[in-house]
Write a protein that binds this ligand. Structure first.
Ligand code: FAD
Length: 442
């Protein structure tokens, strides 16, 4: 049966959720706190004061997006795109590179929104403040702003799909002595341009994609970068003619500005940039403590999507990380839409709950920390296949070419972290894929 569904967020996940729900005949309202669609891809220069001068760096943020000015995608565009709406250069493209800048991704999401007629379903400037269950319906309270006026509203829905993203609530490193350390602290969430660190000595924490990118971004302008991480795959060495010095983690901060590293060295530093990831945050959601975030595990969730006791009327899209987010969200959205329609069915609630318990046991046996519950990595290919199977019909998982291109990019990035976006050796495969996409979709 068709349902009245609230989708929270008009980023890639919320947009594709709305499209799939509409395709199944549901009625949809997308609540979006921003003025436009695109979520984290809407580059949003924050006011300068949101860069913290205090040690309480995690509280100093007010924007949603975490995109910095120089950001280029870390996946090739063909791999990134939705399953049936390829991210290939179009006539209107301003940046046809294989790893384009963030504006091109936002343009792509805009085209997707126009193509599938989604703009009319979005309530812009509408921030969801509360979502809670009353009998068998969901109450959604939101506040919308038009000019200076704030309007509060309360509506009832059959189902809620949460697509609020998970790259806006900073997670910071704990450093003994940091309260008295006199330098400034920032998180990659509010970093935009390298002039912030001009002529300064900076400690960058974290060697994930943001840490890697931001070290290079700031190295030209700053005096020196001390790049710290728990573990390095290659020797702890100095890079870029000594401009970047790798270290193990910071063990202690002194009140004279000195940072001590676990490799036994130390340096006086002006600023710390935490590239240490994010925390899931659903502060608007009241499930009477059924769905919790504990050590960055959101649970209990059957297959990262449905909380067993509240399924199928509550669901989450886009929680997995280390994935190919757009097409994975698309498959989760197809599954949710089919289940709400009654075209696909879920196992009984007890069975789903047992599945979650079994999943947690497996992670524990493999010594995977709770905070990595939604980290998929290569598991994503089987997961995508599984999701597609639930949807039935012609729905398919990730195409073999997508996997092949993903893996060749990953290998190239491991070997050439500075140049993988401009130099690669999988040209034959790339050209074949571009050909396939052109003949299948245009
Ligand atoms: P978001 O894009 O975060 O969208 C969530 C939306 O929900 C936002 O519009 C927000 O305003 C809205 N919202 C939140 N709370 C509320 C509320 N209470 N009320 C109303 N609206 C609300 N992915 C790739 O595929 N390739 C890349 O190269 C890549 N690079 C990345 C680089 C960085 C620095 C980051 C942070 C992420 C990157 N990603 C990349 C991952 C990226 O997050 C996903 O591509 C995708 O944008 C996730 O979409 P989403 O809709 O789940 O979340």
């Amino acid at each position: 049966m068709e349902k009245r569904v609230a989708v929270i967020g008009a980023g890639a996940s919320g947009l594709v959720a709305a499209r799939e729900l509409l395709r199944e005949g549901h009625s949809v309202v997308i609540f979006e706190q921003a003025r436009r669609i695109g979520g984290t891809w809407v580059y949003d220069p924050p006011p300068q004061e949101s860069h913290s001068r205090s040690s309480n760096v995690a509280r100093n943020h007010s924007c949603h997006s975490s995109i910095y000015q120089s950001l280029r995608t870390n996946l090739p565009r063909e791999v990134m795109g939705f399953l049936d709406y390829p991210f290939v250069p179009r006539r209107s493209s301003r940046d046809a590179r294989r790893f384009p800048g963030h504006e091109e991704v936002l343009d792509y999401l805009e085209s997707f929104t126009v193509e599938f007629g989604l703009h009319g379903y979005v309530r812009f400037n509408s921030k969801v403040k509360y979502v809670g269950l009353v009998e068998s319906n969901w109450i959604v309270k939101s506040s919308s702003s038009a000019g200076k006026e704030e309007k509060e509203s309360e509506e009832v829905f059959d189902a809620v799909v949460v697509c609020n993203g998970h790259y806006f609530q900073p997670r910071v490193a704990q450093i003994p002595g940091i309260e008295k350390w006199p330098g400034k602290q920032y998180h990659s969430h509010t970093y935009r341009t390298p002039d912030l660190f001009k002529d300064q000595v900076v400690a960058v924490i974290g060697n994930g994609p943001s840490g890697q990118d931001l070290c290079s971004d700031i190295a030209a302008d700053c005096k020196k970068v001390h790049w710290c991480a728990k573990l390095w795959n290659s020797p702890v060495e100095s890079l870029q003619q000594g401009k970047i010095q790798r270290h193990l983690m910071i063990s202690k901060a002194d009140k004279d500005g000195r940072l001590h590293f676990m490799d036994g060295t130390s340096a006086v530093v002006d600023a710390i940039l935490h590239c240490t990831g994010y925390l899931y945050d659903f502060s608007f959601l009241d499930t009477k403590n059924y769905v919790k975030v504990e050590d960055n595990r959101v649970g209990p969730l059957f297959k990262h999507v449905f909380p067993p006791a509240l399924a199928p009327s509550l669901s989450f899209i886009g929680l997995p990380w280390k994935t190919i987010p757009f097409p994975l969200s698309e498959l989760q959205a197809k599954w949710i839409s089919a289940v709400l329609k009654g075209r696909a069915s879920l196992p009984p609630k007890g069975e789903m709950a047992n599945d979650v318990v079994g999943f947690y046991r497996t992670l524990e046996a493999q010594r995977v920390p709770n905070r990595h519950t939604h980290r998929l990595d290569l598991e994503m290919f089987d997961y995508a296949e599984w999701l597609a199977k639930q949807c039935g019909g012609t729905c398919h998982g990730f195409e073999p070419w997508r996997k092949e291109l993903f893996l060749s990019t990953r290998d190239n990035r491991k070997l050439n972290s500075d140049s993988y976006r401009d130099e690669w050796s999988d040209n034959d495969l790339h050209e074949k894929v571009v050909g396939v996409l052109a003949t299948s979709f245009f």
